[in-house]
Design a protein around this ligand. Structure first.
Ligand SMILES: [Zn+2]
Ligand SMILES: [Zn+2]
Length: 263
């Protein structure tokens, strides 16, 4: 299937562009996910190395929108070079208007970097209000992390407003209220920064364990659970082992190029 087919499909394709954090390891990239379907092509987070992965799947100028969950650099550092790629595309007449970037407004000095000439235009996130983004409906859920951070629920615009097609936790500690806010979920992309041993740190650093991420998958009846945002060098089997202790269902560990399709 070509990128054009994936974008026009009545369905959603998630392609993992990067998953390691807070910095990449050998040959890996920071958090970044390409979402294609229902006529939209959206880049969700843009960490270090994400652009070089994105180039395998899409022309940068073909992005309809970018969503940045929060302005920690592991989620937005490659925006500083995407600006050059899109500026070049704009000057060559291949970009009709700046690509909108939904992002928080704080910290203000970093938010100010998300707009650039005719290439990128920052759009402030309004929490808890369904927002049309390139034909998909996004609802931004404030989550618990040291700076303003938003989980993202995506739904096809024409579907009834129950459940979630995709929920991305962004970076957050465990929140009892999340399963209720998300409802039943087709694809869950959940951060799994911590090991079970590190779990007590969760509320202090604003991150979840792999077990908590899997638990969220169970509580939202997620059909596909993708665990992501883990430090470079952590072994996939160790993440899966921790998830299995909580949830007796298969889960996936995000790695560059992993693709999930719905339906
Ligand atoms: Zn963060
Ligand atoms: Zn992060």
């Amino acid at each position: 299937m070509t990128g054009r087919d994936r974008r026009e499909r009545v369905g959603l394709t998630l392609t993992v562009l990067g998953a390691t954090s807070p910095y990449p390891g050998p040959g890996t990239s920071g958090p970044g996910y390409l979402l294609e379907g229902f006529g939209a092509r959206i880049l969700l987070d843009c960490g270090s190395g994400v652009l070089s992965r994105l180039a395998y799947h899409s022309d940068y100028a073909d992005l309809d929108a970018v969503i940045i969950s929060h302005l920690h650099f592991d989620h937005c550092s490659d925006m500083l070079v995407l600006r050059y790629a899109l500026d070049a595309a704009a000057r060559a007449g291949r970009l009709i208007e700046p690509v909108p970037v939904w992002c928080p407004t704080e910290p203000a000095d970093v938010a100010g970097l998300m707009s650039y000439k005719e290439a990128l235009r920052a759009v402030p996130i309004t929490p808890n209000e369904p927002t049309d983004i390139a034909g998909l409906t996004a609802t931004f859920i404030p989550v618990r992390h040291p700076i303003p951070t938003y989980g993202v629920i995506l739904r096809p615009s024409k579907a009834p407003a129950v459940g979630s097609l995709l929920f991305y936790t962004a970076d957050t500690e465990w929140m009892d209220e999340l399963p209720g806010l998300v409802g039943d979920c087709e694809i869950l992309v959940a951060e799994a920064s911590l090991t079970a041993k590190q779990g007590v740190l969760g509320p202090k650093v604003g991150h979840m364990t792999a077990g908590e991420a899997a638990r969220l998958g169970g509580m939202t009846n997620a059909r596909t659970i993708v665990l992501t945002h883990y430090p470079p060098g952590r072994r996939e089997e160790d993440i899966l082992h921790e998830a299995k202790r909580v949830l007796a269902r298969p889960v996936l560990v995000a790695t560059e190029g992993l693709r999930v399709e719905w339906p």
